[in-house]
Design a protein around this ligand. Structure first.
Ligand code: UDP
Length: 268
């Protein structure tokens, strides 16, 4: 079976949803899903489209690592375990239609909107909410809108903001330890139900696709801005993040080597 012209290893599974960078399949047990990481990249509300060979493999691995560390500090997440190079087993959640963005340094849409220079450090961390709606271009909304339209309850909003700050504190330190500045990032949350009660857990992924990561010494961008801004070297940047996180143990540079040989075979 072919999928977008590519051989697709898990095509026999029932597909639940296909997003821009990932596909969700039915999981082996009720309440579970399989999250498949594609190499597809989009930017500017999918007006710019491309492929970054090997991105899916790297994001799967990076996200597994980060979610595992977050679980270790008590953040509940949807991640269960990685299954293979491109897939992970996750808990099925009801996605809250809000993207939670955390900012430590001015960049991207904030720089543009307010005319502040990119790279300006923020005197305090900013948490923003965007309503997930492609047709509307994910508009910025306030907690008033979220409560008014019932996208999340007051308690859920509080839990999400609280977790976002904890994730930020933890990840800022983690990345600082490997010479990377965590400029900003996006989180998504989901609800899991237990009879009539629900709780909020961290969902989606945490990878260079949804974070701004700048080398602390050189200022080099190690994230999706390389794709958004046509800087090139996307895979190398993602690999560098994975390498610094210690995800290519000595003598096991297999993912890197696989990508290299893949590129050579394709004559790139
Ligand atoms: N982000 C994301 N998905 C989106 C929008 C933003 O992952 O749909 C991430 C983005 O990678 C950055 C942060 O959220 O790390 C803040 O993005 P910004 O609002 O500056 O948006 P941009 O205009 O750069 O997409």
């Amino acid at each position: 079976m072919t999928f977008q012209g590519k051989k697709h290893p898990m095509a026999r599974r029932r597909q639940i949803y296909e997003g821009k960078a990932k596909i969700l399949y039915e999981g082996p047990e009720p309440g579970t899903l399989i999250q498949y990481f594609k190499d597809d990249a989009t930017a500017f509300n999918a007006q710019k489209k491309g492929t970054i060979n090997g991105k899916g493999v790297l994001n799967n691995r990076i996200s597994e690592h980060v979610f595992t560390l977050l679980a270790g500090i008590g953040i509940p997440t949807h991640f269960i375990r990685r299954l293979n190079m491109r897939e992970q087993l996750i808990r099925q959640v009801e996605i809250v239609p809000i993207e939670v963005v955390v900012r430590n340094v001015v960049a991207g849409s904030l720089a543009k909107k307010l005319g502040i220079e990119e790279g300006t450090p923020l005197p305090r961390t900013i948490v923003e909410y965007y309503y997930k709606d492609d047709a509307l271009g994910d508009p910025l909304v306030t907690d008033e809108h979220i409560l008014c339209f019932g996208w999340a309850s007051q308690e859920e909003l509080h839990d999400m903001a609280d977790m976002a700050i904890r994730v930020n504190d933890f990840l800022s330190g983690l990345f600082a330890g490997i010479g990377i500045r965590l400029v900003d990032f996006k989180l998504e949350f989901g609800r899991i139900w237990d009879n009539d009660y629900s709780r909020i857990i961290l969902a989606d992924e945490i990878s260079p696709d949804g974070c701004r990561l700048w080398d602390m010494t050189t200022g080099e961008k190690l994230d999706k801005d390389r794709f958004r801004r046509d800087l090139g070297g996307e895979v190398e940047a993602y690999q560098e993040v994975a390498r610094r996180l210690g995800l290519f143990p000595e003598g096991e540079d297999s993912a890197v080597l696989d990508l290299e040989s893949h590129r050579k075979r394709r004559g790139k």
